[in-house]
Design a protein around this ligand. Sequence first.
Ligand code: PEP
Ligand code: CO
Length: 448
Amino acid sequence: MEWNPDSWRALEAKQQPTWPDHGQLERAEKELSTLPPLVFAGEARDLKARLAQVVDRKAFLLQAGDCAESFDGFNANAIRDKLRVILQMAVILTYSSGVPAIKVGRIAGQFAKPRSKPTETIDDMELPSFLGHMVNDLPFSPTDRKPDPRRLIQAYNQSASTLNLLRAFTKGGFADLHRVQAWNQEFVASSAEGRRYLQLASEIDRALRFMEAAGISSKHPEIHEADFFTSHEALILQYEEALTRRDSLTDEWYDCSAHMIWIGERTRDLDGAHVEFFRGIRNPIGCKVGPSATAADVLGLCEILNPEREPGRLTLITRMGADKVGDRLPPLLEAVRDAGHPVVWVCDPMHGNTFTAESGYKTRHFDDVIAEVTGFFEAHAAAGTWPGGIHVELTGDDVTECLGGAEQVSNDDLAKRYETMCDPRLNGRQGVDLAFRVAELLSVNADR
Ligand code: PEP
Ligand code: CO
């Protein structure tokens, strides 16, 4: 079947808003299609080549960021703080395990959310569910919840300025390895995880000073700059189509809304619109895989999304739940391994471990996050496959959304700083703590 950027339109697209005004939607799509691409195809190819290194067991993917980015309170400090935690985690992973960490943010485009129910009812009033700021707004009122296509343009604009700042921070000195100590934010530094991080940072400092003293130049760009890539769930296909451009160098199609995009657990039907759209773009792509996925489903995804078996093209992000990972993951790993498909396997230990606490807050327990990651590493060790990365929801802010961690966020703490618009995120301390635990699991693996 022939593929075009709009061939998905002939198929069923799940989880789409009911846009009230189609004329307005078309105008927004048209405008988006004239705006500059957010990323360049060559950058997406660069990320794909790095992900091929993961397939080769030589690198590890750290994909992290917000559950949903917000149009409200959009500011430079929040972006900087999120970047800072991700840089800290990457340094921990790389230094402790010796395996380079590829940094990909859930950022600069993560504005659309699939939901368990299309509508929400409170006191007999039924309204569309909140689908992310690319579509509607969170407050429970008919005007806020009404899907508004002008939000597509605002999402593009906010993505552009976020990406601009990320490029400035990562290339302009903020990400310099000489600053590893300075990345330790106040609220992280005062904790046990922060102290452990500081010790590691001072070792890196010493190593850099040693190199300089020994006459080995530390002027390499790898030391002064970081490579940071963007990603989001490509849920709203009109937005993605409008930013899909033909690369002038290769004549191939790239979705230039981000370096990498992924298909969510609820929209991965083999005959659905999302799989159709993803099949034709040449970016590195991801697909979430939950506990209901069969080996046949996963092999189908591999065949359709990566028929040429190009390493780095396809990342499967498993999110089974701590109690299910031991049962559900092994048959998938074995099937893909036996079929010889090159896949980057990544663990999302967040989305299979969400529950509602007594206090009514939607939360996740840090112990479950660690348990799923541990189960993921065990399953890969048994199958002889490479545990290629983690995919987590976090923020650089000092929130209390996930329970546990070394500082023991308790049920009573949840109300203190519960700020997420959608799913509960790890705070900076919990992120740093997670990175240390993963680094330990990874170094055992790397020594195998
Ligand atoms: C998400 O990553 O925010 C998400 C909704 O995940 P999933 O599709 O795995 O449920
Ligand atoms: Co989420």
